[in-house]
Design a protein around this ligand. Structure first.
Ligand code: IMP
Ligand code: MG
Length: 182
């Protein structure tokens, strides 16, 4: 991997893997044998989702949704659009949204409203990262969080900047010269 693009590694691979295992175990305990429909939010959550579900031991099925809340770079357009809807209905299912990061909370807030209308048996959220200090939706419930992180733009382990760096197995901050508009 190209080390000279990295400003700081926030979460090394071993730390992420340990926490994802804990989350999977906690989720398995909490659902107590009930069947879970894990809903991964593309594209940022795809790596987290694949590691998380391998650590969940209750009966489980997966589905994916693609949502756009950010433009190409790192700034929010303030708009949340469904680019790809779920393939299967979720009525009467125990739905667990799997998200990469909660920032302002606007994306998840909107998504939860959209999914609640479909009358799932329950709707919970598992987010790998949480930038709490950036939150605009203060009453947003996130049942499972991997790590609280400071207000820095991070990439790796599924997270991107302009669609790059998703393939790195750890989470890091890019050197400033690699962000086009800070
Ligand atoms: P929110 O609507 O402000 O909570 O934004 C959540 C979405 O913004 C996430 O699903 C990410 O796609 C994106 N995002 C927020 N912060 C970061 C970051 O530090 N790195 C990469 N993507 C981010
Ligand atoms: Mg993104």
């Amino acid at each position: 991997m190209d080390r000279c693009i990295i400003d700081e590694v926030l979460l090394p691979e071993s730390i992420i893997q340990k926490r994802v295992k804990e989350l999977g175990e906690q989720i398995s305990r909490d659902y107590g044998g009930q069947e879970v429909r894990a809903v991964g939010i593309l594209r940022g959550a795809f790596i987290f989702m694949s590691d998380l579900v391998r650590n969940i031991s209750v009966p489980l099925s997966v589905d994916f949704m693609a949502i756009s809340s950010y433009t190409e770079g790192r700034d929010s357009g303030g708009v949340v659009r469904i680019l790809k809807d779920l393939d299967k209905p979720i009525t009467n299912k125990h739905v667990l949204i799997v998200e990469d990061i909660v920032d302002t909370g606007l994306t998840l807030h909107h998504l939860k409203e959209v999914l609640m209308i479909r009358e799932p048996a329950s709707l919970k959220v598992c987010a790998l990262l949480d930038k709490k200090e950036r939150r605009l939706i203060h009453d947003l419930q996130v049942e499972y969080t991997g790590f609280e992180i400071p207000n820095r733009f991070v990439v790796g382990y599924g997270l991107d900047y302009a669609e790059k760096y998703r393939n790195y197995p750890f989470i890091f901050v890019l050197k400033p010269e690699f962000y086009q508009s800070l």
